[in-house]
Write a protein that binds this ligand. Structure first.
Ligand SMILES: Nc1ncnc2c1ncn2[C@@H]1O[C@H](COP(=O)(O)OP(=O)(O)OP(=O)(O)O)[C@@H](O)[C@H]1O
Length: 238
């Protein structure tokens, strides 16, 4: 089992109120699985994604990636751990506007010991993979929304993480661009054996994955095989 999430709980204190963001969440994910994480607004999806990726800390419970606990924090060691293990893709591409596509993709590699030449070769391979080799020298403002998201995926992929965590990656895109992003994520899964967890409100996007997991008020409710009409067949949470 590649990703093991055991009995996670997370609360936030907001004034006098204690908010339960995650309540006893357990989930196992195989290497090479593409999972959709769905559920109403405020159900804990982003909290779960951030805890898996080491950006947030749970109150209790554990997360093992490849059998190892995460290294958390904001220091160099935890940033390097994240670059090697987890690739993040967000709803908005968060590319740095003053850097070219290639320079944006290179960013996570600056934390590694790779040489300039090795970095350049990884960056071109990643841009090639997302179909944007010819746009390497373009700045984000010169790219379409879908292209920007492809660059963001190349940036998440370039450091060769086994796990890709995507928070509404198609949320800001038109249907056609969204479709091509979903195809790209499926390529990362099938050709590179990446494990992908994608938060989405879009049932069509969820149906493009292997399995849906639903959060409701911080509890994992159901997991099942998505059907083409966007509904899913209930199944036990593994
Ligand atoms: N930093 C924080 N401080 C206080 N409460 C928070 C914080 N982050 C999240 N929450 C609360 O925790 C709950 C879960 O939030 P989370 O962002 O994980 O939900 P979500 O399912 O991703 O929502 P959405 O679909 O709207 O993005 C919500 O009630 C939210 O208000």
């Amino acid at each position: 089992m590649f990703l093991q999430i055991n009995q996670l709980a997370k609360h936030y204190q907001k004034g006098q109120t204690l908010i339960t963001a995650l309540d006893d969440v357990s989930l196992n994910v195989d290497q090479g699985e593409f999972i959709a994480l769905t559920g109403p607004s405020g159900s804990g999806k982003t909290t779960l994604l951030n805890i898996i990726g080491g950006l947030d800390v749970q109150d209790s419970g554990s997360v093992l990636i490849g059998g190892q606990p995460q290294i958390r924090g904001n220091d160099r060691e935890s940033s390097a751990w994240r670059a090697q293990n987890v690739g993040f893709v967000f709803q908005f591409s968060n590319l740095l506007p003053f850097l070219t596509a290639a320079q944006n993709v290179e960013l996570p590699l600056l934390l590694t010991s790779l040489s300039t030449k090795e970095r350049a070769s990884r960056v071109s391979a990643a841009l090639e993979l997302v179909g944007l080799a010819e746009r390497a020298g373009h700045k984000p403002a010169e790219l379409s929304g879908g292209q920007e998201q492809r660059v963001a995926i190349a940036r998440a992929f370039v450091s060769a993480p086994k796990l890709m965590l995507c928070d509404e990656p198609t949320g800001d895109l038109d249907r056609k661009s969204a479709q091509s992003i979903l195809e790209l994520l499926n390529t990362l899964k099938s050709e590179f054996n990446k494990t992908i967890i994608m938060v989405t409100h879009d049932m069509e996007a969820a149906a493009a994955t292997d399995r849906q997991v639903v959060l409701d008020k911080g509890k994992l409710r159901l997991a099942g095989q998505p059907l083409p009409d966007g509904t899913f067949k209930a199944a036990g949470v593994r």
